[in-house]
Ligand binder design. Structure first.
Ligand SMILES: [Fe+2]
Length: 137
């Protein structure tokens, strides 16, 4: 799945929106790196960057949700934790070595991450958009 930023994905918080933009760029890079000629270093680097960004971003987003009194914050955190576990598992598997099979797994991950992120932003992150807007009033 090709993935691109558009304004319909904005939740209205500059740092969260900029994280989401960066995540979209990294997922596209991951898909490109895993889809081309086998470049283990590039795939590994992008996987680690993405994992680090997701960890930092989810923490920022969860703190914002608590700050604005978003009532679904706990359930939302569970969705983040599940994604992090999945990323960690692929990262650990990939760190064991790099070959065509593993790059195929990363390619599948990139594709499902693209789907997950867009659906997560549109269906879940949008739920706290009104709280972000309300907090500024
Ligand atoms: Fe989220």
């Amino acid at each position: 799945m090709s993935i691109a930023w558009n304004e319909a994905l904005a939740v209205g918080d500059p740092s969260i929106d900029s994280d989401h933009r960066r995540m979209i760029v990294l997922i596209a890079e991951l898909e490109a790196a895993a889809g081309g000629e086998l470049d283990c270093a590039a795939i590994g680097r992008t996987l680690r960057d993405l994992s680090e960004l997701c960890r930092d971003h989810f923490a920022r987003e969860e703190a914002l949700q608590r700050a604005v009194g978003f009532p679904e914050a706990d359930a939302h955190r569970t969705a983040h934790d599940m994604l992090l576990k999945r990323l960690d598992a692929v990262l650990a598997h990939y760190a064991d070595g790099c070959d065509e099979v593993r790059s195929g797994i990363v390619r599948t991950l990139g594709d499902s991450l693209a789907t997950w992120l867009v659906s997560h932003i549109v269906n879940n992150d949008m739920e706290f958009k009104p709280y972000v807007a309300g907090a500024g009033q």
